[in-house]
Design a protein around this ligand. Structure first.
Ligand SMILES: [Zn+2]
Length: 409
């Protein structure tokens, strides 16, 4: 039985809207947030039975939720996309063990996986749950489904409604919490604004309806064009990326009121270029300002968004910074990796906010992210389900059963 814990800090962001509380105090018991109070209110209480964690001038806040993750893809490695196609199951598993650990220690306590080979995410999810390895809690899509003639190193190819139905059902049999489709190319063309759509309305509808009957959402990789209308009309719940979305697509998304998941860094972050093929790096450079304008239109147009890195592990904070640069207020941007992200993951009633009765998925950062989103880069404390993985001294505590460590060259 784990000790009850008391977390104390000068700043605490409470509830789904991240309301600031000065000198906040969180009492954690049985993996849950039992009570939220203040230092002053706690003054007379006997804390002998508690492990007291003093976080000083830091900000306590909900653990971050990465909404667009691929655990066996690591965008910090050169030619990572080609690796996804080339590597064996065991090589991809080794990559995943490292990215999961890095994600957790960077403050990500939940991640939504949007397509893996070999159902690696499902295996890792179970191993994290039983304590064999460390990582965020995973909300898994399993195999991402793309068309035979369409985009992607990450998805697997299918054609015709029965192939899509079979794969959707196999994903769900293994415990998928969402289904993932790849509808358009990965990137904008350099010489044309038109965006092809590789899946028929019937193929999309088949997957969406298979999910709907089990109460599961469908997410679609969709950068823009006719794919946006196709997805919205067929009931896709979350549109991923939208780099090429114009005025017409914005109006459609507003009309349907669906969520979008922004992964802005793929185009906007020059630090990612060295890890792409020279051709892909050139493509992002040539289209960077066009994409910035498109994403800005969406954010300023008030679409509901969450945020993900698309495998740029430990850099989720940059997506928050980009959302602010694109016109979001800081609180809404932070909700894109906390409470709103939890909602999109189907976990809005148990994580994504420091609230009584919620899972104790809590981090502390140096500085105040409501004032400076970059503070999210400086995570000093990570707790998941009431267990401490990183403490205020920066020490990694990973537990006796999780002692293996590895580096990936
Ligand atoms: Zn992706």
């Amino acid at each position: 039985m784990e000790n009850k814990k008391v977390l104390l800090a000068d700043h605490l962001l409470v509830g789904k809207d991240l309301s600031p509380l000065r000198d906040g105090c969180v009492i954690v018991s049985g993996g849950k947030v039992e009570r939220i109070t203040t230092r002053a209110a706690l003054a007379g209480e006997n804390l002998d039975a508690f492990e007291v964690v003093e976080l000083g001038n830091r900000t306590l806040m909900p653990g971050m939720i990465e909404c667009h993750n691929h655990i066996s893809l690591d965008a910090r490695l050169p030619d990572h996309l080609e690796m996804m196609a080339r590597c064996s199951e065991s090589e991809l598993t080794v990559i995943g063990l490292k990215t999961l650990r890095d994600d957790l220690l960077s403050g990500v306590t939940t991640a939504r996986t949007l397509g893996e080979k070999y159902y690696i995410d499902m295996v890792m999810r179970d191993k994290i749950q039983d304590g064999s390895i460390i990582g965020p809690n995973l909300v898994c899509a399993g195999i991402g489904m793309r068309s035979l003639h369409g985009h992607g190193y990450i998805g697997s190819p299918y054609t015709g409604v029965e192939q899509f139905r079979l794969t959707a059902r196999e994903n769900m049999r293994r415990g998928a919490k969402l289904l993932k489709l790849f509808v358009t190319p990965g990137m904008l063309s350099v010489d044309s604004d038109s965006v092809p759509c590789y899946l028929s309305p019937e193929e999309i509808r088949t997957v969406v309806s298979e999910g709907e009957r089990l109460g599961l959402p469908t997410a679609a990789h969709c950068i823009g064009g006719y794919g946006v209308r196709n997805c919205l009309e067929q009931g896709v719940t979350v549109l991923e990326h939208l780099y090429a979305a114009g005025e017409e697509e914005l109006e459609l998304i507003q009309k349907y009121g669906r969520w979008v998941d922004l992964t802005s860094g793929i185009y906007l972050d020059p630090s990612r270029e060295p890890f792409l093929s020279p051709q892909s790096a050139e493509k992002t450079r040539l289209r960077r300002e066009k994409v910035r304008g498109n994403l800005e239109r969406l954010v300023k147009g008030g679409v509901k968004f969450v945020l993900g890195t698309d495998a740029y592990h430990t850099f989720l904070y940059r997506e928050v910074e980009y959302a602010v640069e694109l016109g979001a207020d800081t609180r809404t941007a932070l909700m894109g990796v906390t409470s709103n992200a939890a909602l999109v993951c189907g976990l809005g009633d148990r994580t994504g906010s420091v609230s009584e009765g919620y899972d104790a998925d809590i981090i502390a950062v140096n500085g105040n992210p409501l004032e400076t989103p970059a503070a999210l880069a400086d995570v000093a404390f990570v707790m998941k389900g009431g267990k401490i993985y990183r403490d205020p001294e920066g020490t990694v505590r990973i537990g006796a059963s999780q002692t293996f460590q590895m580096t990936i060259a």
